[in-house]
Design a protein around this ligand. Sequence first.
Ligand code: 6GU
Length: 235
Amino acid sequence: MTFHVLTIFPGFFRGPFEHGVVARAAQSGRIRLCVHNLRDWTTDKHRTVDDRPFGGGEGMVLKPEPIFRAVEAIWPERQPGQRVILLTPQGRLFNHAVARRLAQERELLLICGRYEGVDERVAEHLADEELSIGDYVLSGGELAACVVIDAVARLIPGVLGNEDSATQESFAAPGDELGILDYPQYTRPADFRGWKVPEVLLSGHHEEIRRWRRQAALAKTARLRPELLEKPVPR
Ligand code: 6GU
């Protein structure tokens, strides 16, 4: 799968793309990461990407021309399986179900919003969808693009070493009626400063361990995320 990112801060992605699962997926050729500098598609000598909002108000708005030109240069003839996603705080909420849907596409192009906004014609006439990663405001879509790429990349077959670990964890239990949180995990030492690991996990009784984990996951979900137990998650 190919991920394109359109941004005014291409250097921002060095850290996130050079570490961990995403970096390894790129090295193994299972994903391709292409970062594009929005300023490369400006035509004036100052390489202007933003302008003042019509109607007045604070801040600057990303201009439509460089964004349209960039997308039309990256995909001169858009094919099925090539999706344009605009990242802004006004978008639909990104979650694991959306990640699973996006993991089915061939290519994604993530447009990082900046400043006080993006000219609305990008959302209306260029992007296939507008996504937000949560109900808070970030200074740009770059962090959101990293979040989306990480969450989607690890669902692509072969990206995680253990094919099981993507299906066992929080929000993704297969065959579960409800998405619930992952069960609590422990490692050595069995006694750390007097805080002991639950006895059952040391017992070797696989069926009892399975039951304990299920119960502990439900209890933790009820305590921290009760709303997850009330409505089924789309899958
Ligand atoms: Cl996608 N962009 C910005 N600027 N802020 C956000 C966001 C995106 N998602 C949540 N907050």
